[in-house]
Design a binder for this molecule. Structure first.
Ligand SMILES: [Zn+2]
Ligand SMILES: [Zn+2]
Length: 183
């Protein structure tokens, strides 16, 4: 059975997990199952940067994959790779694991008052983005498309929590292949 899984890495609120699960269910049109929380990989914390290594987190997600689907995981930790200041998320292109970090999606992170609607839209956008990568989608030149590359919160906020028509078509094709593979 081709399915999608949603999981927390470490502590994530039920509300945010439910939000991610609902988003995955709506946008990828596949059965979605919640997984038990994945333990934070030991040693992923970088003392000097006070951030967590994204690769370690992604590998922990891969290791926790039940093997018959893709896993979209959520963390509250601020994640990075060495060449970048931070990441909103990371995924294996066409692989089994996608990871979204909620750490920089809240207005409070930028010293602004909390805004649940803004947080929700950003989380949905990044779930679509990293989930899209797991289905093999690459970055989209349309700045308003969820698959557009965002390296700042300003760029993220130019995006809608939806795919452009081209990406939606490409994704539908990948989902058909994914379903077909496992019959
Ligand atoms: Zn990307
Ligand atoms: Zn697009």
């Amino acid at each position: 059975m081709s399915r999608l899984y949603v999981a927390a890495v470490g502590d994530v609120s039920q509300a945010n997990l439910a939000l991610a699960l609902e988003c995955v269910e709506q946008e990828f049109q596949l059965p979605v199952v919640g997984l038990p929380a994945i333990a934070e990989p030991p040693g992923a914390f970088d003392e000097r940067r006070a951030q967590y290594r994204a690769v370690d987190f992604l590998l922990a997600v891969v290791r926790s994959s039940p093997g018959d689907g893709k896993v979209v995981a959520l963390t509250e930790r601020d994640i990075f790779i060495p060449m970048l200041t931070f990441l909103f998320g990371q995924a294996q292109l066409g692989g089994v694991a996608a990871l979204v970090s909620a750490a920089r999606l809240r207005q409070e992170f930028y010293g602004l008052p909390a805004d649940a609607a803004v947080f929700r839209r950003r989380l949905r956008t990044e779930v679509l983005h990293e989930g899209g990568h797991a289905f093999g989608l690459i970055h989209c030149p349309d700045r308003s498309c969820a698959m557009s590359l965002a390296t700042s919160i300003q760029q993220l906020d130019l995006k809608q929590d939806a795919f452009c028509a081209g990406c939606r078509r490409a994704l539908a094709e990948r989902i058909r292949e994914f379903r077909g593979n496992e019959i």
